[in-house]
Design a protein around this ligand. Structure first.
Ligand code: MRU
Length: 337
């Protein structure tokens, strides 16, 4: 992604392998500080995923792949390293997909640095393809709603839900983006808005609860969200609040698309009921930017994701094209090629 860094425009990836460490944009510090975080052990890579230095399902997958490559060059136990990385975040499927692929490569005696770099490059090109397939949904004047951050920061580059916007923007389409702030961690307000500013894409941040107002006024034409895990029947887990937007879209006759690479599809999960939902620390809800806002003594519940049933999804934008959520199983064969 093109960002202004150290006084000049630079092309940065979200995560990469350099020397004997995994480097990543520290997403906890954005939008105020653009800083690179260096993880030089598997444990540090795992912690960076847990504490959301790096986040977004495809970016987590690429980071874990690099983490296992690090284990190989540092002589750490590969199986234990893989288990440690798998225990970081339970919902996003790309983590498990990437690590299983890396373990296959290790069993075949391959160089894991090379495999991880190939994996990240493949993911980047998949995201660009998602952008090209999805860009046809965006016309001059389209008003798009997004939720959370499914941009370059959630992948290696380009993003998933945001990739079609970037491609449409590069084709000189004029459109507008409603950016859900995305409580409790504010990925929309902090990360998606920052990315749109870097790219010069017209947008406004809205409170999560404001989306219904804009739907009711007929001011949203299209919803595109990312995904953390898609079940074989098309049910999709994404950031908490996505389901609400999907129901609102259906009620108001607005098309609702999910954008994700094939690595996000879990063909072993028959439906959304099989998707594990991460529960995060209640402090994320009780406090805002480290400042306690709730009364002392109140507890909070903090599910990080919800599941949108396939019936609310108009289409899934993948690197292979746009498919109906009911045709997800057909992509299984494609994924093996
Ligand atoms: O908890 P996060 O920030 O890792 O969750 C990320 C999301 O849920 C994104 O919305 C997303 O669409 C999946 S990553 C492209």
């Amino acid at each position: 992604m093109r960002v202004l860094w150290r006084g000049k425009v630079t092309n940065l990836k979200t995560v990469w392998f350099e020397g004997r460490s995994v480097k990543m944009i520290d997403q906890r510090l954005l939008p105020d500080i653009l800083q690179i975080h260096r993880a030089d052990s598997v444990e540090k890579v795992a912690r960076a995923i847990e504490n959301m230095t790096v986040r977004g399902a495809p970016a987590i997958g690429a980071t874990a792949a690099y983490g296992l490559a690090l284990a190989q060059i540092k002589g750490e136990d590969i199986k234990k390293s893989c288990d440690r990385l798998k225990r970081t975040r339970p919902t996003g499927h790309d983590l498990f997909y990437a690590l299983d692929l890396m373990m296959g490569s290790w069993r075949s005696g391959e160089d894991l640095v090379k495999t991880s770099r190939t994996y990240a490059a493949g993911l980047e090109s998949s995201c660009l393809s998602i952008g090209k397939h999805g860009a046809r949904l965006i016309k001059n004047g389209t008003r798009v709603l997004t939720h959370c951050n499914a941009g370059a920061l959630a992948t290696v580059d380009y993003g998933t839900a945001i990739a079609p916007l970037r491609v449409a923007h590069s084709r000189k389409k004029r459109f507008f983006v409603f950016v859900d702030e995305t409580r409790p961690r504010m990925q929309g307000a902090l990360l998606t808005a920052w990315e749109r500013l870097q790219e010069g894409i017209d947008h406004a941040i809205i409170a999560d609860s404001a989306a219904g107002y804009y739907f009711s006024k007929g001011e949203i034409d299209l919803v595109i969200v990312g995904a953390d895990r898609i079940a074989a029947n098309g049910d999709t887990a994404n950031k908490i609040g996505t389901y609400t937007k999907a129901v609102l879209a259906a009620e108001n006759g607005v098309p609702f698309y999910v954008a994700a690479p094939l690595s996000t599809i879990d063909f072993a999960a028959a439906s959304g009921k099989d998707i594990p939902i991460e529960e995060r620390d209640e402090e994320e809800v009780l406090s805002f930017h480290g400042v306690r806002v709730a009364p002392k003594g109140s507890k909070a519940l903090n599910p990080a994701f919800d599941v949108t049933p396939a019936k609310y999804i108009t289409g899934i934008i993948t690197e292979k094209g746009i498919v109906s959520p009911h045709d997800i199983r057909k992509l299984r064969q494609v994924n093996r090629q």
